[in-house]
Ligand binder design. Structure first.
Ligand code: AP5
Ligand code: MG
Length: 207
């Protein structure tokens, strides 16, 4: 059976990470979030990467491709891969075509105002990385702490209003054109629904 390769596209806060994690568990695929990979870098590389991310700017394509290629060859990716946050522009999409055949592209649609609200309310566990939201969902059982590992919940450095607005504008200018590039593989889903209902719809549309 060919390896399944799924790509999630959606404005910041649309729930790419949330849904990709659920799908990866259900289908036993690896979930590759370029944002998470970049945030887990260390040393001098981290200082360089943070200077892009925290201002809401893209990290250069060459660096993204280098980090991705290392991650994709790990054994948990043998069944297939879910890309979350990659590709983000035409150049990255064309590069992906040179090494893998994409099965389906999933667009999660939300408005810019919902995006801003969710990102201002997002809190992430500093230990395990799980996402929560003080305005939407999921809310932690104990305020300020992760339900799973008890770690402290913190705000991501790029979840500030200026960086969020810049990221949303860049999404419309650079990433949205990919929807046309992938029109034959596209599955579009309304992201302004509960996490559970969106996932149900996603599974239906992929089967
Ligand atoms: P990345 O980490 O990918 O951030 P992003 O693109 O800004 O996307 P988010 O993670 O903010 O949104 P999401 O859609 O995953 O939403 P989530 O599920 O968390 O990238 C960060 C940065 O790295 C980029 O800005 C760039 O600098 C760099 N980068 C990354 N990839 C790159 C690339 N390929 N090229 C160049 N640079 C790159 O959900 C958001 C919140 O909403 C959470 O609090 C969640 O609990 C809540 N929520 C989720 N679903 C729902 C729902 N249905 N209802 C209500 N609340 C919900
Ligand atoms: Mg994410």
């Amino acid at each position: 059976m060919p390896r399944k390769i799924y790509v999630f596209i959606g404005v910041q806060g649309s729930g790419k990470g949330t849904q990709a994690e659920l799908l990866a568990k259900k289908f036993e695929l690896c979930h590759i979030s370029t944002g998470d990979l970049l945030r887990s870098s260390t040393g001098e590389l981290k200082t360089k990467i943070d200077s892009y991310i925290n201002q809401g700017n893209f990290v250069p394509n060459e660096l993204i491709l280098e980090i991705l290629k290392e991650r994709m060859v790990q054994h948990d990716c043998d069944n297939g891969i879910i890309f979350d946050g990659f590709p983000r522009n035409l150049e990255q999409a064309k590069a992906l075509d040179t090494f893998l055949e994409v099965t389906k592209v999933i667009e999660i649609k939300i408005s810019d105002s919902e995006s801003l609200k969710r990102l201002l309310g997002r809190r992430v566990c500093e230990k395990c990385g799980r996402s929560y939201n003080i305005y939407t969902s999921p809310k932690p059982e104990v305020e300020g702490f992760c339900d799973i590992c008890g770690g402290k919940l913190v705000k991501r450095a790029d979840d500030n209003e200026d960086a969020i607005k810049k990221r949303i504008a860049t999404y419309h200018n650079e990433t949205e054109p990919l929807l046309d590039y992938y029109k034959d593989k596209l599955v579009s889903i309304n992201g302004e629904n509960t996490i559970e209902l969106i996932f149900e719809e996603l599974i239906k549309r992929l089967s």
